[in-house]
Design a protein around this ligand. Structure first.
Ligand code: C5P
Length: 394
């Protein structure tokens, strides 16, 4: 499993500032990071696991002894792109500097070589103690980013350097470390998602298994990177995505109408929707009685993507393909036939991928490049496709 640049571990040490990390967690999520919280056992005296689990929507493990069969310390370490340890106490800093692995967090830190940020918070005497100074210097020399604590009033009556920094400063510094970018600022991204339904009668339709999850992941990722995003959603569970304008459609022809309104002004079109290739020649206004429901005459739907490709001016166009056989060859033909810049082909044999949070497949580019993806989250694929789109936008 490869690490994911939006997957972050938030390590929480046993300082009173732990409660401020609840807000930090929220702000990180707002920036598009998906955060797993790993509190040290003693930090649970300040903020309990229930708070972290509720806020992150994920389990909050503290010990290597939990879920041993999952080898949590290795699997979590492998999938995470970055660490942020906040608050880091003098003791936690000392344990990391010395290479201890006596709880899950310190195990993870040792097991992972991704960039790590440490946000210290402690009494000024502890921060200024030569032992802490030496430990901080050691960590910095090993590539850890250690923030300077703020100066001011501490929990008691004392004041000095040792306060947990303002959350906005932490987030800015963290973004700088991760390279989180707003590289779609001022761009319009149009995305279709879900699967069209072609009505047979008021009750029945021809549909497909597309859940719309990949389209939502794309919309969210583009929005977080600063784009103005419109999502044309066909028959999906998701009805809203923060900051994204959504239009709901049912059939391929409804989608065609909405695309026609939006295409000219978009910079990137991502046709993630599974569009039905054909529709019934007639849609009956009354339910067809069982005895007469024996065959359905079909006619071809327009190929929406191919049509738009003919009107394309500056747009980057990304298509999706779901194949069960000869997937690379058919996707490459579609890339050419539909004049696409990029196509992502899923191997959906055996019902894989539909409705799941992970995908596997291949990205094909116009210049012949092929990027095979073994197993990635749909969020990670979304970011990767946007990276390629931006590369081509110039
Ligand atoms: O169905 P097919 O494999 O040809 O789909 C490839 C791409 O073409 C997808 O991005 C899909 O959204 C788009 N498509 C379309 N209109 C159709 C069929 C597919 O725009 N009628």
């Amino acid at each position: 499993m490869s690490s994911d640049s939006r997957e972050v571990i938030l390590g929480v040490g046993a300082g009173i500032a732990a409660y401020k990390s609840a807000d930090l967690l929220r702000r990180l999520q707002d920036r598009g990071y998906r955060v797993s919280v790993v509190p040290t056992p003693s930090s649970l005296n300040f903020v309990g696991a229930a708070t972290w689990e509720a806020l992150s929507g994920r389990p909050a493990h503290t010990q290597v002894w939990e879920n041993v069969h999952e080898v949590t310390h290795i699997s979590l370490a492998q999938k995470s792109g970055f660490f942020i340890i906040a608050p880091a106490t003098a003791d936690l800093i000392a344990r990391i500097a010395i290479g201890r692995a006596d709880d899950l967090l310190t195990n993870l830190i040792l097991a992972s070589d991704v960039p790590k940020m440490i946000v210290p918070a402690m009494h000024p005497n502890m921060w200024n103690d030569p032992a802490t100074k030496a430990n901080v210097a050691t960590l910095r020399s090993r590539g850890f980013t250690v923030l300077e604590p703020d100066t001011g009033r501490l929990t008691g009556n004392d004041s000095g350097q040792g306060r947990f920094p303002e959350v906005s400063r932490i987030v800015t510094e963290f973004d700088a470390m991760t390279g989180n970018k707003q590289d779609l600022l001022g761009r319009r991204v149009l995305i279709t998602a879900g699967g069209t339904r072609e009505a047979i009668d008021p009750v029945r339709f021809i549909g497909n298994r597309s859940s719309g999850k990949q389209g939502v992941a794309l919309a969210r990722a583009a929005q977080l990177r600063g784009a103005d995003v419109t999502l044309i959603a066909a028959n999906m569970d998701t009805s809203t995505v923060d900051g994204v304008s959504i239009t709901h459609v049912e059939s391929a022809r409804d989608m065609q109408v909405e695309l026609a309104k939006e295409f000219k002004t978009c910079d990137v079109l991502i046709m993630c929707a599974a569009v039905a290739d054909a529709r019934p020649v007639t849609t009956l206004s009354e339910k067809i009685k069982k005895a007469f429901f024996t065959s359905i005459e079909l006619e071809a739907n327009p190929d929406l993507l191919a049509e738009l490709a003919r009107q394309k001016s500056h747009q980057i166009m990304i298509g999706f393909a779901a194949e069960t056989t000869e997937h690379i060859d058919s996707a490459r033909s579609k890339l050419t036939a539909k004049s696409l810049d990029i196509i992502y082909v899923n191997d959906v044999s055996g019902g894989a991928i539909f409705g799941k949070d992970v995908t596997h497949g291949t990205i094909l580019l116009r210049n012949g490049e092929e990027i095979a993806l073994k197993e990635v989250s749909k969020d990670a694929l979304a970011d990767l496709l946007l990276d390629y789109a931006i590369r081509q936008l110039g």
